[in-house]
Design a protein around this ligand. Structure first.
Ligand code: FAD
Ligand code: DLZ
Ligand code: SF4
Length: 508
């Protein structure tokens, strides 16, 4: 009897588990653009357009390869509106009762599929370098899970950047050579851009009509929407940006939104690029003498280390992970995150870039929008919903550990050993944002005091009991103790007053 083979919008890989297990001659592939997936958070219009366009192209490629594909467009009259609904409709249409699916990357959808009254086979998504078993075997019995040790294990397992049983160059990590600030005369290559074709343009029209009110600018739209184009983005990165990737990985410039970043996370996450192949390609650039070790090691660590580690944590921790709130932060996410006016230039620039590009690089996410939300005590569930909505690459298995864990410390220290918080000083050192700001990064108190300077200390004092004993944070508390008592009281009062103004809806 015919079986249905479910392919989701982030499973666009010809060798994805469900397709590997299916029979081209007798089974029917089911793909569907549905309101539920497009609406569980208010996704950035560029993200919806990327997924629908890439889904349509993938379905065509499958048909050309001999598969029978039942594809439902969002505006089809009989669209059931959800993935389970579409499976039931197609099962009814074809008299099918069996479904083969690759495990979705989000607990919400895994649970929804479990409830579908069909005979469902859920296969592990093996488009990752570490299987669940590899991660769990490594994690088992450890007191704390630290990415650096997992990463070393993965280097040994894959042989990437290894010299026998030793790390290439003698060290596992070359970050001490990275993290240089950038100056605004820095030349950085322009991202590769693809003009909308006959598949992309109708999708843009549909998304504009149906999701035009969502936060985010739809056009211009120049993303890759198939594996061939995504491969060209990778080639472009390796050729032009990789050699400087390490040096300027953490830098931020108002006039350059992409610097030397790869811009490939969304393509990896929806299946247009394969993580191991990307790492091998980048390693080859080092072996060929095209890129230095600090850049190549730093880049491979992001994919082989962080990306795989985050996935391991998400599935190991279970469905409640995204709603954790260990620091009990309850303040509402202020409207400035959705584009309302703010006098803080760093936040203004990071949010405007997010609105225009559906992209911000790691340090903008971690040390501008994430840092502010954390030191302002914003409810991490609201922060999580924001990150899941606004970025092109946002899928819960990777977004939640980054936001709830790394950025908001709401998991109590599973992803990171200390919270990523900083005063304005760090932002000033790594960016050119502060020069054009209403506030003064040098001012510690007073009307012009940089809010990061106030909130940083207020955060540390609010959570003193939890963090004071952390050896990596002891120095911060010693610095606080050395400050004059009146000054300390002023800092805390002004921080409180700032947060009150923000919560009352005043422009801050
Ligand atoms: P590059 O800087 O060029 O890095 C290369 C690749 O490494 C990326 O494409 C990505 O696949 C991988 N990578 C780098 N850092 C991480 C990381 N911390 N976790 C996982 N993979 C990583 N990444 C997502 O893919 N989806 C998300 O929803 C997401 N949400 C984030 C939320 C917060 C609060 C933070 C701090 C980070 C988040 N990240 C997320 C990680 C990181 O910011 C993005 O992967 C990166 O900015 C993507 O841009 P790029 O392709 O130019 O990356
Ligand atoms: C993100 C997304 C969107 C916007 N739309 C669809 C869709 O219409 N159909 C679909 O199959 N998948 C979509 N996706 C991706 C899913 O939300 C994703 O598969 C789950 O969140 C699991 O990662
Ligand atoms: Fe941001 Fe403070 Fe710098 Fe202004 S002065 S850009 S608020 S860090």
């Amino acid at each position: 009897m015919v079986r249905l083979v479910l392919v989701l919008g982030d499973q666009l890989t010809p060798s994805v588990a469900a397709l590997k297990a299916a029979d081209k001659a007798r089974d029917r592939v089911v793909m569907a653009e549905v309101a539920d997936e497009a609406g569980y958070v208010p996704h950035h219009p560029k993200k919806i357009a990327l997924i629908f366009a890439a889904m349509r192209k993938f379905a065509e490629a499958l048909r050309a390869d001999g598969w029978t594909v039942d594809y439902t467009r969002l505006d089809d009259m009989d669209n059931a509106g959800s993935i389970p609904g579409e499976l039931l409709r197609r099962a009814d249409q074809h008299g099918a009762s069996e479904v083969i699916a690759t495990r979705p990357g989000e607990w919400r959808l895994i649970e929804a599929l479990d409830d579908v009254p069909l005979d469902l086979t859920l296969l592990e998504d093996d488009r990752f370098i570490a299987s669940h078993k590899t991660f769990d075997d490594w994690a088992e019995g450890r007191k704390a899970l630290r990415m650096e040790y997992f990463y070393r294990e993965m280097r040994r397992k894959t042989g990437l950047l290894m010299d026998g049983d030793q790390p290439e160059g003698g060290q596992w990590n070359y970050d001490h050579e990275n993290r240089k600030p950038a100056s605004d005369d820095l030349f950085a290559p322009k991202p590769l851009w693809f003009a909308p074709d006959d598949t992309v343009q109708p999708v843009l029209d549909l998304v504009s009509e149906r999701f035009g009110e969502n936060f985010g600018t739809l056009e211009p739209f120049g993303f890759a929407t198939d594996a061939e184009q995504a491969g060209k983005v990778l080639d472009h990165f390796v050729k032009h940006s990789l050699p400087s990737f390490g040096d300027y990985q953490d830098a931020m410039l108002a006039g350059n939104r992409f610097l030397y970043h790869a811009l490939i996370s969304a393509y990896l996450n929806i299946g247009l690029l394969d993580p191991l192949e990307v790492c091998k390609r980048v390693e080859q650039a080092y072996r060929d003498g095209h890129a230095p070790l600090n850049a190549v090691e730093g880049f491979i660590r992001q994919i082989l280390g962080w990306r795989e580690f985050m996935r391991g944590i998400y599935f190991r921790e279970g469905p409640d992970y995204p709603r954790r709130n260990q620091l009990n932060h309850q303040r509402k996410l202020p409207p400035l995150y959705w584009g309302a006016q703010t006098r803080m230039n760093c936040l203004h620039l990071a949010v405007a870039q997010t609105r225009d590009e559906a992209y911000a690089h790691h340090i903008q996410r971690l040390m501008i929008t994430g840092n502010f939300a954390l030191i302002a005590g914003i409810n991490p569930a609201e922060v999580h919903d924001w990150y899941l909505s606004v970025y092109l690459d946002a899928f819960e298995w990777v977004e939640a550990p980054n936001t709830v864990g790394m950025s908001q410390f709401a998991d109590g220290g599973i992803v990171g050993s200390k919270p990523y918080v900083s005063s304005g000083n760090y932002i000033d050192r790594m960016s050119d944002y502060c020069g054009d700001c209403h506030y003064s990064v040098k001012a510690k108190t007073g009307d012009k005091a940089c809010p990061f300077n106030l909130l940083y200390w207020a955060f540390l004092i609010r959570h003193r009991e939890r963090f004071e004993g952390n050896p990596r944070m002891a120095q911060m508390y010693r610095t606080w103790e050395r400050m004059d008592e009146d000054h300390r009281a002023t800092v805390l009062n002004e921080a409180e007053a700032f947060l009150d103004r923000m919560s009352r809806g005043e422009t801050v």
